[in-house]
Structures are given as structure tokens and as C-alpha cells.
Design a protein around this ligand. Sequence first.
Ligand SMILES: [Zn+2]
Length: 305
Amino acid sequence: MVPGGIDCHTHMELPFGGTFASDTFEIGTRAAAWGGTTTIIDFAVQKTGENLRDCLDLWHAKAEGECAVDYAFHMVMGGVDEAALKEMDALVDEGITSFKLFMAYPGVFYSDDGQILRAMQKAANNGALITMHAENGIAIDVLAEQAAARGQTDPVYHGITRPSRMEGEATNRAIQLALVAGAPVYFVHLSASEALERVAEARDAGHNVFAETCPQYLYLNLEDHLGAPGFAGAGFVCSPPLRTKEHTHHKDLWRGLRTNDLAIVATDHCPFCMKDQKELGKDDFRAIPNGIGGVEHRMDLIYQG
Ligand SMILES: [Zn+2]
């Protein structure tokens, strides 16, 4: 017997790139239950310019009465400013204790280093946990723009323009900021050897640094999946991207699970249909909605691994 699983990283109905993740709270949590997951922690989302409190209320309204399993929320902070930092205290008091920041997606979710430091200082003070999407989004956007200008528009370039070094760099930067702020930090969907090395180093030094990975980074790769012929690779576009099998990423992540440098396997469940959704990026990989499914299969995949 295996106890009911907790998937602490899902995105039901996430608005992204002009569309919504195709699983509603109702459908997505049925899939979770079918696969042995009895609790999900989804993300209420504040985009840059929106009010934190309003966004949380909106997500409560989406989920209420719809879910087949237990659920809770992390809060995405896409606009760290004085108002949001103040609201953070109130949210912590009512049980929203984890806040996600993005070092990727400039103009949508992105926080700069100053915003990250401020949020971490706040977390050090109110006991919240900062969770981090660690990829250097500013540099990645330059690489993506240059690739598109060269006519490299196939889905595989989504992966090629998001080098694993950019995840390693961002991971290191976030760890240093967390140490300065005196706050713990938790990395969502860690995918790369370079990032794992930084996390392992910090943990060996006794710091409160934690990381999750996802089944897709353990089982799928850039060449066979993201690089599938034609437009099929679009189905595997997620961020961070699937990593090359020519490197040690996959082997290192499995080892990270054994050594507890990776504490958690979550899914980042965020499916989009090929038709009308992934197809938005038919002529330009930058317009492909980022995300793949997994909530139904996680328990099985990890048990088998
Ligand atoms: Zn996510």
C-alpha cells in the first residue's frame, strides 16, 4: 500500500500566453485522484501590476467546490512592491505561507534582484518560504530573440535558447540573496546538473536550501522529445526545458533524489492541447504555451523509478 500522494506544484487553469492550461480544477483533480495523489498545492497567480489579495480571491473562487482531492495554494508574486510586501504578512496569517518568484519571464512574472532580496527579507521576518523559478530570463530572452531572427523557430529552440548554465547561474544568485536575507529558499522544478551542484553545495554547508524536481526532467530529454520531428516537440515545451541526454543531467537528478539534495518530486502539471493552444507557436517557438501534464502519472513514475 502506498499512502495518498501530495503534488505540491500544479497549475490548473493557469492563464499563460493568451490561453489557459486545459485542465480545470475539476478535471485536473480527478486525474490526480486516479493516479493516487490526494492533495495538490496549486499556485494563485499575481501578474505584474495586479493586486495580490484580489488574485488569491480569484483562485479560491476557481477551485471552490470543484476539487476531487484536498488542495491548498502557494502565491505567485509577479509584482513585488510595497503593497504586495505588506499584504504578504496578512496572507501568511491566513495560511498562505509560500510565495513563488520568477527570475524568468520578464514583463510577466519577473522579479529583479532587488525585488527578490526584499521579498526574502520579508520572508525572513514573517516565516514565509520563498520558492523560486531559477532561470536567467533576461539573458534567455536575448538568446531566443537571436534564434528567431535566424529563422530557428522550431520547438527544439525553446530548449537550445534556455541553456542549463542559465539555470545554474540563477540558482546560485538566488542562494546568495537568500543567505544575505537570512531566509530559506526552495527551488521549484530543478532540471540541470549545474543547479543541483549549487543546491548540494549550499546544503553541505548547512544552509536552508531545498529543491524539487519533476518526472519530465528525470525521464524525458531535449533530443527525443522536444526535438521530435515536425511540430510534435511543442507538446514537450515547458520551462525549464527538457535537458540534453548528451550531458549528465538525468543521472545527476536521480542521484540527487537518493542523496536528498532533491527533497521532492512534484509535477508542474500545466497541460495545453496541441490544437488551438500549442499551435499558437507553430511559426515561432516563443509563442508556444509553456507546460506539460503529469499529475496523474507522478506516483507511478516515481514508484517505478
Ligand atoms: Zn510551475
